[in-house]
Design a binder for this molecule. Structure first.
Ligand code: AMP
Length: 282
C-alpha cells in the first residue's frame, strides 16, 4: 500500500498509477474496524483503484473533549487496510488540508443537515461538508463509499455530490454489526464488555419498532414500546428515536406516502454517544 501525506504527492501518484482504473475513495477518521473494511471491500469489488484517507477532522467536532478522546491507532489501521487490499492511504496533516485557517465553511442544506445530528451537534455538518469537499477535490474519485451507519451524513454527502461533484458516483454501504447486533463503531472501544452487551439493545429496539410499524401499528406506539422493552435501563440516556423520511431527514408520523423511511436513534450509553438506524425497506 502506498502512503502519501501531501495532496501533490497523492495526485502525482494517482495520475500515473491507476492504470486507467476507476478511483474508489473511502474517507475515514481512522481507529478502523470491520465496518470501515466493508467500504474498502466494496470499492475493491467494484474493481476500483482504492484510496482510503485517515484524517481526524477538527472542524466537525462541536465538543473539544470529544476530539481529544477520539481514538488513534494508525499502525493497526495500516495493517487492516493492507490486509483488505487498499491501494493508497492518504494521511494528511491539518495544515495540509486547511492551511493556517482551520475553520469550516457555512452551508445551507436545509433540513437534511439541520435536524437530528445537525441539531444535536451544531456546526458538525459544516465541518463534514468542508473536509469531504476538500478531500474529493484532492482525490478526484470516480466513486465514493460511505456507511449507512451514519445515515444523515450519507444524505448530506449525497447532496454535496449532486451539487458540487456531479461526476462522482455515491455508494451507501449497509451497516456492519458486531455479533450481538451492535453497530461497529470506533466509540465502542470505550464501552466495557457489560455495556457492549447492553448496548446491543439499541439495535433490538430498532428492529422491534420496525416490526410493529410493518404490522401496521402507529410509529409513536411502536417506538414507545421499543423504548419500554429495550431502552429502560438506567445506563441509557436517549437523545432521539424517531421515524423519519430518510431523503429529507424529517420526522414522519406514518409510512403511508411513497418514499424511503428509516428509524433513527441517538442514545448515550454511560458516557459514550451511539447512533444507529434501520431502513424500513430492508
Ligand atoms: P468514521 O471513521 O467514523 O468517520 O467513518 C468513516 C466511514 O465509515 C463513514 O462513511 C462511516 O459511515 C463508515 N462506517 C463507520 N462504521 C461503520 C459500520 N459499522 N458499518 C458500515 N460503515 C461504517
Amino acid at each position: 500500500m502506498f502512503v502519501f501525506k501531501t495532496v501533490t504527492d497523492l495526485q502525482q501518484h494517482l495520475n500515473l498509477a491507476g492504470n486507467g482504473k476507476r478511483i474508489g475513495f473511502v474517507p475515514t477518521m481512522g481507529a478502523l474496524h470491520e465496518g470501515h473494511m466493508q467500504l474498502i471491500k466494496e470499492s475493491r469489488n467494484k474493481q476500483c483503484y482504492t484510496v482510503c484517507s485517515i484524517f481526524v477532522n477538527p472542524t466537525q467536532f462541536n465538543n473539544a473533549a470529544d476530539l481529544e478522546k477520539y481514538p488513534v491507532s494508525i499502525e493497526n489501521d495500516m495493517k487492516l487496510l493492507d490486509e483488505a487490499g487498499c491501494d493508497v492511504l492518504f494521511l494528511p496533516t491539518a495544515a495540509e488540508m486547511y492551511g493556517d485557517d482551520i475553520t469550516a465553511d457555512a452551508y445551507d442544506y436545509g433540513a437534511i443537515a439541520a435536524t437530528y445530528e445537525g441539531e444535536k451537534r451544531p456546526g458538525h455538518f459544516d465541518g463534514v461538508i468542508t473536509i469531504v469537499g476538500k478531500l474529493f477535490t484532492a482525490v478526484e474519485p470516480d466513486e465514493v463509499f460511505f456507511g449507512q451507519k451514519d445515515l444523515q451524513q450519507c444524505m448530506v454527502i449525497r447532496h454535496l455530490v449532486k451539487t458540487d461533484f456531479p461526476f462522482i458516483l455515491f455508494n451507501m454501504i449497509p451497516t456492519y454489526r458486531e455479533e450481538n447486533g451492535l453497530a461497529a463503531s470506533s466509540r465502542n472501544r470505550r464501552l466495557t464488555q457489560d455495556q457492549k452487551e447492553k448496548a446491543s439493545n439499541i439495535y433490538k429496539g430498532l428492529l422491534h419498532a420496525k416490526q410493529l410499524i410493518k404490522l401496521g401499528h402507529p410509529a409513536e406506539e411502536a417506538i414507545d414500546s421499543a423504548k419500554k422493552t429495550y431502552l429502560a435501563d438506567e445506563l441509557f440516556n436517549l437523545e432521539y428515536f424517531d421515524l423519519v423520511d430518510a431523503n429529507l431527514m424529517q420526522k414522519a408520523v406514518t409510512t403511508e406516502a411513497p418514499g424511503e423511511y428509516a428509524l433513527v436513534i441517538a442514545c448515550w450509553c454511560a458516557d459514550v454517544r451511539l447512533i444507529d438506524n434501520v431502513l424500513l425497506t430492508d
